[in-house]
Design a protein around this ligand. Sequence first.
Ligand code: G3P
Ligand code: CA
Length: 291
Amino acid sequence: MRIRHLVGAGAVAAVGLSLVAVPASAAPGEPGQPEHVSTTVIAHRGASAYAPENTLSAFRVGIEQRATLIESDVQLSKDGVPVLLHDTTLTRTTNVEEVFPDRASHFVGDYTLDELKQLDAGSWFGEEFAGEQIPTLAEMVEQVRGSRSGIIMELKSPELHPGVEQAVYDVFASYPGYVNSALNSGRLSVQSFDWESMETYNEISPETPTGLLGTVPVESMAAYGEWADEVNPNKNAVTPEYVEAIHDAGMKTNVYTVNDEPTMHRLLDADVDGLISDVPDVVFDVLQARK
Ligand code: G3P
Ligand code: CA
């Protein structure tokens, strides 16, 4: 079964911080984006131009900017807990080498949750984020579910994390009513570059929209459209004809990672459904200008 909507994300150099205030009149639980916006605006790894990627701070900025969905990347700790980190190793975004100088491996899956929680995942981005922890998926759900934004969760390198599909679903399902409520309001989906993993997730939870990251060949589009809901390609792969092929197969498309205005305009002209960006506020500015 397929339910429609969703998704997307990037890395930015010099972009001004312009948070979009959430109007006091907006009721809790409403979709985050302004009413006139039909494009899905997705905060990539949170609003990761403004706070360290895949941290609660980055998710908070995405929520404040009224992103439709917050994107993150999930992997399993050594003890099987879904945790949020983009890279399969800890070296780029944490101080793992300082905290565990004697460890030969820096793979996420070689560290227990207790060990991962000892790491600083914020200082690499800015001193003001010192002490920011790697979040668990559960912590993200607790933060986002009370907001007007939703979640699109990327299963990152699932071949390194056997059973991650069920573990992710179990976290979502551990919050009574959350899955149904989020699906009914278009605020929950999953995606992966590993399309077999998405097939597995579809078997576990057929009602959850699944996204295929990358470029599905046009000749295979109809077959994937039998069970998948989205094809979410890199911006450089997108043409109006490719978008049409996705739509003809009954799927939607959310494109990554889109941080500059000319590319946003090009993709919106090509009729994409969503933009995945490090700068959701800039996406909203562009959408407003096109009204
Ligand atoms: O949401 C799509 C995007 O996140 C895929 O690329 O490498 O940033 O996870 P990556
Ligand atoms: Ca991602």
